[in-house]
Design a protein. Sequence first.
Length: 279
Amino acid sequence: MKSEAIINVRKTRIENIISLPTVPGNLKRISAIIEKPGLTLDELGRFVASDPALASKVLKMVNSAIYGFPGRITAISYAVMLLGLNVVKGLLLGIAVLDIMEKAMRGLWTHSVGCAVAARCIAEKKGIKDPEDFSIAGLLHDIGKVILVLEYQKEYEKAMEVAAEEKIPIFNAEKYIFSNGHADVAMWLTEKWRFPRNLVEVIANHHNPALSRVAPLETAIIHVADIFVRARGIGFAGDSYVPDLNTQAFDLLNLSDVDIKDILLRIDDATDAIYESTG
Ligand SMILES: [Fe+2]
Ligand SMILES: [Fe+2]
C-alpha cells in the first residue's frame, strides 16, 4: 500500500513545541522549564512547590503503582530529593501528557503505565541501580505518538487505518504516511528536554533495539516491556498487532520463566490500580 503524499515531519517544528498551536498550555509550560540549560534540582523543586495543583499531582504520581515506593511520600521536597532531576522531569511530562494522551489515543496512557511498571520490574530483576529511570522511559517511550496525533490528527488516523487493514504494527504504518515516525519525534523531544543520552537512545530505538550502541541493555528492557504489555492486551498503542519480539534483546535479558510470570502479574496488578491512583 502506497500513500499519495508523505507528510514531512520537520524536526525544527517539533522541537519548537512551545509554539505549536495544538499543544496544550500545561505541556508548553513544563517543556519550557525542563529544557532550560543548567536547570537545577532546587529550581525544579521550587517550580513544582509554587503550584499546589501540580504539587499534589506529583505526590499522587510518586505514590502510584508507576513508581511503587513502599512508603507514602508526603512532601515535595523529599520526593524531588529522592527521585533526582531526570526522574522529576519525566514525572512532570507524564503529568502534562496524562490528559492529552487519553484524548489523543484512548488506551495509550494505560499502555504507557503498563510499560513503565514492566520496565521497572525487569530492571529490578536485573539488579540495575535506579530502576525509577525505567519508569520514566516506559512512561514516555510513545510520547511521539501524542505529538503526531496533536499535529496531524487526520493523517495519524489514516496510519491507524493502514495498520488495521494491512495487519502491520503502527510504527510500520506510520512510514506510509510520515517521513518520520513516533520514535524519531520522541527522540527529538527528549534531546531538546536535555534528558541523558541513554534515555534518548532507549526511546529512539525501542522498536529496533539492535541499533542501540550506548544503552543496549536499557533499550532491550523497554522493547521487551512494550511487547509484554501488548501481548497482555493492556491498553492501546495505535494498532491491535503485537510486533515481533527481538530475540537478541530478549536473550540479552536472560529472564527465567518465574521472572516472566512475576513481571506479567505486576503489570496486571499495576494497571488495575491505575485508575484510582492517577485518575
Ligand atoms: Fe512505540
Ligand atoms: Fe509502546
